[in-house]
Design a protein around this ligand. Structure first.
Ligand SMILES: CC(C)(COP(=O)(O)OP(=O)(O)OC[C@H]1O[C@@H](n2cnc3c(N)ncnc32)[C@H](O)[C@@H]1OP(=O)(O)O)[C@@H](O)C(=O)NCCC(=O)NCCS
Length: 173
């Protein structure tokens, strides 16, 4: 059933629904993301449209019930010496759609896309976030460290696991 949920790269015309889901994510799971609600709520729609047209940086979206129900982002590092690396960011599935492999399919879409552009994909995840850790570990991400007090939300500090996935270079068997 859920494999029928279409997943595609978001376009600039998806900016409003992307912003709505992103702000929902930052409201319901603030400790899961590096950005704050206030920071993202202040972004002009034009900035979001530009971000959604900055290929190879992309956001994958999952669609159901005529709306966006999940997303996962990919960004390449800017600096010349780091352009062989990318980052998985903003992974979120609406609560009522969780547990049906949507998160896994979104992250797999990012991995497939990333393998055409970088040789290494990084991710960070809150150490206590079992759902996300299981999703990433299951898709091959390897932990290489823990940053203590990586995020601060109000008076709370959260430790994050640092993860890395090596991707085959084009032409590798
Ligand atoms: C993390 C998240 C995206 C997973 O999405 P999802 O669609 O529910 O995940 P899937 O159904 O694809 O499941 C992926 C894996 O997580 C496991 N999982 C799902 N829910 C789980 C739960 N409540 N507890 C433990 N593992 C769970 C699944 O069993 C599956 O692993 P498996 O293939 O080994 O069985 C979703 O829980 C979410 O949006 N959480 C809030 C935001 C967040 O934490 N984002 C990550 C930021 S790093």
């Amino acid at each position: 059933m859920t494999s029928c949920i279409p997943i595609r790269i978001l376009e600039p015309s998806d900016a409003e629904r992307f912003r709505d889901l992103r702000l929902e994510a930052l409201t319901v799971a603030p400790e899961a993301f590096g950005a704050s609600y206030e920071e993202d709520a202040a972004l002009p729609l034009e900035t979001i449209r530009a971000r959604l047209s900055a290929s190879p940086n992309v956001v994958f979206g999952a669609f159901a019930d005529h709306g966006l129900i999940g997303m996962a982002g990919f960004a390449v590092y800017d600096r010349v010496k780091a352009r062989h690396k990318g980052v998985l960011w903003g992974v979120y599935v609406k609560a009522e759609w969780r547990g049906h492999q949507v998160g896994k399919r979104l992250v797999q879409s990012v991995i497939d896309h990333a393998s055409h552009h970088v040789i290494m994909l990084e991710a960070t995840v809150r150490l206590a976030n079992d759902e996300a850790r299981r999703t990433y570990h299951g898709l091959g991400f390897k932990p290489y460290g823990v940053q203590h007090k990586a995020l601060r939300v109000g008076d709370m500090f959260y430790d994050e696991e640092l993860l890395c996935l090596d991707l085959p270079r084009p032409g590798d068997a």
